[in-house]
Design a protein around this ligand. Sequence first.
Ligand SMILES: CC(C)(COP(=O)(O)OP(=O)(O)OC[C@H]1O[C@@H](n2cnc3c(N)ncnc32)[C@H](O)[C@@H]1OP(=O)(O)O)[C@@H](O)C(=O)NCCC(=O)NCCS
Length: 469
Amino acid sequence: MQSFDPRHRRVESPAARHYQMSKGGKETADVNDKSDQKDEEPSISGEYARWFRGSTPYIHTHRDKTFVVLLPGEACGEETLINIVHDLALLSVLGIRLIVVHGARPQIASALPASEVVENRRVTSADDMDTIISIAGRVRSRIEALFSMGLPNTPLHNVGVRVAGGNIVRAQPVGIKNGIDHQQTGEVRSIDKAQLDALLDARAIVLLSPIGYSPSGVTYNLEASELAARLSVTCGADKLIAFDEDGYVRSSGNEPLRDLTPAQLVAALPDNDERALLLGALLRAVRGGVSKAHLVSFARDGALLEELFTAGGGGSQVSESEHRVVRPATPADLSGISELVRPLAESGSLIARSPDQIERDLHQYLVAVVDGVVVGCCTLLPCGDDLELASVAVHDSQRGDRITGSALLRSAEDSARASGATRLWALTTAARDWFVDRGFKPVSADDLPQPRKSSYDGGRNSAVLCKVL
Ligand SMILES: CC(C)(COP(=O)(O)OP(=O)(O)OC[C@H]1O[C@@H](n2cnc3c(N)ncnc32)[C@H](O)[C@@H]1OP(=O)(O)O)[C@@H](O)C(=O)NCCC(=O)NCCS
């Protein structure tokens, strides 16, 4: 299994690099330095173009979906908030329905150092509530201001993002717990889904502070993680995305866990601290029917986009089960297949096939799909009375776990058997041993059935392998 190093991923990510560049990071300075410009420009633009093309299936998958985003107070105090807000605006422009919940815990803690915190919940007196309302208002106003930026040469120029809010969250008091009256500390009682839907349908980003109102007109101090989890479940959101500094759920050995089930998340939950509240929200969301919950870093620029628009992701993802299937390709998979095989054809590992050729032979392709995104493919081509397995490709991020490549091969063998073929052929320059390990025997090119023998490219000198089905 390949090890996963988030720092490496960050450095390598074209998304992150592009964002550093466009937001005045170090690489912008280098680009402006004429001495470096010649060497840098072609590779960056090529890398950026590849990344942008590769994001197409994700853009398609996410459109019209509803995401609840939890921005804890720690993220709201960071300079990187501007980048996150601009990335959220981008998601909105791409047709994603966004509900953003902000927290204000560190800001409130420094304003109310003497107030009592019991089991991670602040006991809120009426006076404290006034302070909390004004702090939440300031945080909200900062986020709204960033969404409203629109100067020329800034990411939101001419975008016109609309931010909305309102009395969407009904609250009730936590009450007396273990003998302690929590006063105006509240919990979510209900959510006005109709109002929320109307705002989302109008293409507004809904921004909510962790504050709710009771039917008797009392204002309550809510826990932002709890609010985000409840919103995601009540709205039937497709994702809950929470930010923290690290951006990964980690194993007991401190390894970042990229994909995990709720049971694995329970095992990784820290003791009852603030992080447990955040991770607990992810758990509640997934257990409540939200298909996926994500943790991404607010400190690592571009982590959100990397998580949503690249196969490898940029954080941790929790889902009830992994949605990985191997199935016959459909026209919607065409761009995914082309993007997957193109770099392998460029490096000579696969024979180059144009998008037109792939489209024509699409009915012969199988794809491995994770969460709707093509991560592997292969094709079965006529080879005399037999079939040839070609264009076997697995995305870098999914290689080496004996899942994707092996699943594709198993499905291809099943399809070949079902079509009456008795032998499966493979020609490869780079994966001879992979086929041998899976029961293929090396043979001579002369053994190939006609007409494949005549079309064998001696210059390419591929190893020829055959498996009796
Ligand atoms: C060959 C390929 C499809 C394998 O995909 P995969 O998802 O990594 O395969 P699996 O996870 O099922 O198998 C992983 C095992 O195969 C081994 N393996 C992967 N690629 C290999 C290769 N090119 N040669 C030999 N062994 C290879 C891994 O080391 C791993 O072995 P281990 O479990 O003992 O550590 C993938 O590496 C790929 O896309 N390669 C580029 C395209 C190519 O060469 N295609 C074949 C020609 S049609």
